[in-house]
Design a protein around this ligand. Structure first.
Ligand code: SF4
Ligand code: SF4
Length: 176
């Protein structure tokens, strides 16, 4: 009985949305068309910023995430210690690392380090987790392949001298 008394009678409730009928000039759609043409015409007289790529190259800022590369020290040895964290975190399963004991100051080094550039989504997770700043996102965005196997980059293509990656390394240190 009490349940019946608490029920709300929605048939008497006032409508919340009040729809207005369009005026006759709105029904012609001429004002909307004119407004759209004004926006288009305003763009015509603005300065153009189309880049004539590839003749005119774009130099990305240090915050840009291009293809991931391995940092090479001055003595020609990679910083990577083959911990495998980057391969573990990579959401696209694009990295393959095989480590071995090394004769250098570090205990381990990657015998094999490969990134499948067709899988890479340039998320930068590998760069974030690396404890050695050994893998970073470069400014290279020009990647073209004619065969799938060409997209698998080994150490010979991944290693880049640290001086060339200075801007990105400094950006990471300043923003971490
Ligand atoms: S940038 Fe992302 S997808 Fe590409 S190799 Fe690194 S973790 Fe994997
Ligand atoms: S690049 Fe960094 S995270 Fe990846 S295996 Fe080498 S040291 Fe570990």
């Amino acid at each position: 009985m009490a349940e019946t008394q608490n029920r709300v009678d929605y048939s008497k409730a006032k409508p919340i949305i009040h729809r207005r009928d369009l005026r006759w000039w709105n029904k012609t759609y001429i004002p909307q068309i004119l407004r759209g043409m004004t926006v288009t015409l305003a763009q015509v007289f603005r300065p153009k910023f189309t880049r004539q790529y590839p003749e005119e190259k774009w130099n990305p800022p240090p915050s840009f995430r291009g293809r991931p590369v391995l940092v090479e020290e001055k003595n020609g040895v990679e910083r990577c210690v083959a911990c495998g964290l980057c391969a573990r975190v990579c959401p696209a399963l694009a990295i393959e690392v095989q480590g071995s004991e090394s004769e250098y100051w570090k205990e381990r080094y990657p015998v094999k380090f490969e990134i499948n550039m067709l899988r890479c989504i340039y998320c930068g997770f590998c760069e974030e987790v690396c404890p050695e700043e050994a893998i970073v996102m470069s400014q290279d965005y020009e990647l073209t392949f004619t065969r799938q196997q060409d997209a698998i980059f080994g150490k010979e293509k991944l290693l880049i001298p640290a001086e060339k990656l200075k801007e990105r390394l400094e950006f990471l240190r300043a923003n971490r």
